[in-house]
Ligand binder design. Structure first.
Ligand SMILES: [Zn+2]
Length: 81
């Protein structure tokens, strides 16, 4: 299965947000299982971002360029999905 960059970024943002929600609820309710699930989801979101938020042409990480830039800031190639 091949994920597009945009799909992977949306999934990673969703994982991070849902992970933060689970972690917060786990802390409030003192449910450690919920905190670990939240931590796992947040880590999954970070790993997906590190793997898929890259330029398909030069392979460099798009890092601080949050969102869906139209062109790679490193090589200038268009970032179509
Ligand atoms: Zn590039």
């Amino acid at each position: 299965m091949k994920l597009s960059r945009t799909t992977a970024l949306i999934i990673s943002i969703g994982c991070a947000m849902f992970g933060a929600l689970c972690g917060g609820l786990g802390a409030i309710l003192e449910l450690y299982v919920l905190e670990f699930i939240g931590l796992g989801l947040a880590l999954l979101g970070a790993v997906l971002t590190l793997i898929f938020h890259r330029c398909p042409h030069c392979g460099r990480f798009l890092g601080k360029h949050v969102g869906f830039p139209a062109y790679c800031p490193h090589c200038g190639e268009p970032l179509d999905d």
